[in-house]
Design a protein around this ligand. Structure first.
Ligand code: PLP
Length: 395
């Protein structure tokens, strides 16, 4: 009996972020949680708002058959309406419930969209460094992942490099702003420039090039504009989840939006539904669809991340580390103290510091330091960061 080799390879290789996190958990059990500084996983350290618990308690009064029953494949009309109306209030749009497909998180949203737009042998551009699962999802959709490095000074999109990477086989480009792993936020001008290139290349090749905007960190931004991408490029499809904004990563709830301003809207909507069906991503968790009806406008509490970001950046820059000033999400992109980020990681690990080496994200020489941890973890880690720095000064 045979197995699917690609699936085996992904299962056997595992995600390096999760491997580091698993090591961190085991190490904490061994030497005490307070002695391990695990900056690996993007698991929010802020509790979900009280309104989520209230909503769940309220739903529990429903008859069990209604509470636990199937919803429509694309989600409860009331939940999709609540999301559409919330977007309309925020972005001055006129979306309706039929523009939305509820999913079990951004991972499912991305897989659905890639399967909706890609054909075998086509290409999808990603901006490196990038969330590693993109490559997995793209390959599974039958497409090739084409990496285009971000501008190495600003970590904004290098629009000219994107222009050069587009071929007649390009189906889509994926972006993620606020960005994991860099913490950058793409400026309006940068996105406008990208839109010009995508429009002209779509015309040149005679088929649409879609912009897949993956936005789980939209609300986690520090005094910087996060432009609404469909306003800037009409062939945008948005992928979203509440994993980060409402601290609900384990509950698996998010959506795909095909804006009604997208020229291919009427074919994309069934393609999204069909991709959901093909992948078995139908009927997102019903309890959390109901939570959305009550909580879609709950503000994201970013206070703790603001405080953590300040402590981390101040502490690391006082030591001498170089990093990209984080504008959003909860990651700091820091230059490793040697060209080999894996070697730097090994030395950090020996001091109980667990960042993620940049090779996992498609580039060399950096590490990602996730600061969705307790404030104490950041403050208490500083002597170890200092020791790591000192070890490099000694050669
Ligand atoms: N996209 C990015 C950029 C992420 O960082 C993550 C999770 O960390 C996801 C997608 C997946 O999100 P979800 O947990 O909602 O599937």
């Amino acid at each position: 009996m045979s197995i699917n080799q690609l699936s085996y390879d992904y299962g056997a290789a595992k995600s390096s972020i999760r491997e580091i996190a698993a090591y961190g958990a085991a190490r904490k059990a061994e030497i005490g949680a307070q002695n391990v500084f695990d900056f690996s996983l993007g698991n929010p350290s802020i509790p979900a708002p009280d309104a989520v618990r209230d909503s769940i308690e309220h739903s529990l009064a429903l008859p069990a058959t209604a509470l636990h029953g199937y919803t429509p494949a694309n989600g409860l009309p009331a939940a999709r309406t609540a999301v559409a109306e919330s977007l309309n209030r925020r972005f001055g749009t006129a979306y309706g419930p039929d523009d939305l497909y509820l999913t079990c998180g951004a991972a499912a949203s991305i897989s659905i969209v890639l399967n909706a737009v890609c054909n075998e042998g086509e290409e999808v551009i990603v901006i490196a460094p990038y969330f590693p699962e993109y490559a997995v999802f793209i390959k599974n959709a039958g497409a090739t992942c084409v990496e285009v490095m971000a501008d190495q000074d600003t970590f904004q999109i290098d629009v000219e490099a994107v222009r050069s990477a587009i071929t007649p086989r390009t189906a889509a480009i994926m972006i993620d702003s606020p960005n994991n792993p860099v913490g950058s936020v793409y400026a309006r001008k940068n996105l406008e420039d990208l839109a010009v290139v995508l429009t002209s290349k779509s015309q040149e090749y005679g088929h649409p090039i879609y912009l897949i905007s993956d936005e789980p960190y939209r609300e986690i931004a520090y005094d910087v504009e996060v432009p609404w991408v469909p306003d800037l490029y009409d062939r945008t499809i948005v992928c979203y989840s509440y994993s980060k904004s409402l601290s609900l990563p384990g509950e698996r709830i998010g959506w795909v939006l095909v804006p009604n301003t997208n020229p291919e809207h009427d074919t994309l909507v069934p393609a999204v539904a069909g991709a959901g069906r093909k992948l078995g991503f139908v009927c997102a968790p019903a309890l959390f669809q109901r939570v959305l009806i009550d909580c879609v406008d709950e503000p994201t509490n970013i206070e703790a991340y603001v405080r953590n970001r300040k402590a981390l950046t101040e502490g690391l820059s006082a030591i001498g580390y170089e990093y990209i000033e984080p504008q959003g999400a909860f990651y700091l992109w820091m230059r490793a103290l040697e060209p080999d980020a894996n070697a730097f990681f090994q030395r950090a690990k020996s001091l109980e510091l667990l960042p993620v080496p940049s090779d996992s994200f498609g580039c060399t020489g950096w590490v990602r330091v996730g600061y969705c941890v307790s404030y104490d973890t950041i403050v208490n880690s500083m002597p170890a960061w200092q020791e790591l720095w000192d070890s490099y000064q000694q050669g």
